[in-house]
Unconditional design. Structure first.
Length: 202
């Protein structure tokens, strides 16, 4: 047998192409819906606080509690999504769910805009880094760039809020809502596409 034949015989078989999961798609849609509700709340909630749109404002406690509600729902969905996952994907999803807990504590204790900024900044940075890890783990899958875009937007949110030392609660609330809303639209579209493709593959 020639060396070329030996090389061909001993070469490892090519790995099968990554397949999309309809279940993952469903959870992405659910997370997107929760994020869209939060994003829309950041637009409309301040407008019902005062009679005049020129006097838009929102209290730190209100912003913190609304943000906390979104993070808790997102954390629960992330944990449920991790249940049937394996390996690193499961670990990343569980980490994304766990980092909601310290953020929730900071939000419950927040009394000043700076404390609200710190809670949102730390959560967004950690979540963005974990989404980047998720992209690296799942980059062989179709549409893996969704996680990369999500990572970039969350890190950008962390940078904006972290350096916005003069931000009031309304500004923090608005920037967080805008970033989450963009990611949510991406996840809703991506989740629906994943479900459709997974059903075709099945």
């Amino acid at each position: 047998m020639t060396p070329a034949h030996d090389t061909a015989a001993t070469a490892a078989p090519a790995p099968p192409p990554a397949r999309l999961s309809a279940r993952d798609g469903a959870f992405m849609i659910a997370r997107g819906a929760a994020g869209a509700a939060f994003g829309l709340a950041t637009v409309f909630w301040p407008r019902v606080q005062l009679a005049s749109a020129a006097q838009l404002a929102i209290g730190v406690r209100t912003a913190a509690l609304v943000t906390l509600g979104y993070l808790l729902v997102a954390g629960i969905l992330l944990f449920l999504q991790s249940v049937r996952q394996r390996g690193t994907v499961r670990l990343v999803l569980q980490c994304e769910a766990i980092i909601v807990l310290p953020a929730a504590v900071f939000l419950l204790l927040a009394q000043q805009p700076g404390q609200l900024r710190a809670a949102v900044c730390i959560w967004a940075l950690l979540h963005g880094l974990l989404e980047l890890w998720m992209y690296r783990v799942r980059r062989a899958e179709p549409m893996a760039a969704d996680f990369l875009i999500s990572a970039g937007l969350h890190v950008l949110l962390a940078v904006i809020v972290g350096f916005g030392t003069q931000m009031a609660a309304l500004s923090v609330f608005g920037f967080a809502g805008a970033a989450v809303l963009i990611v949510s639209v991406l996840f809703i579209v991506g989740g629906a596409t994943r479900r459709m493709r997974a059903r075709k593959e099945a």
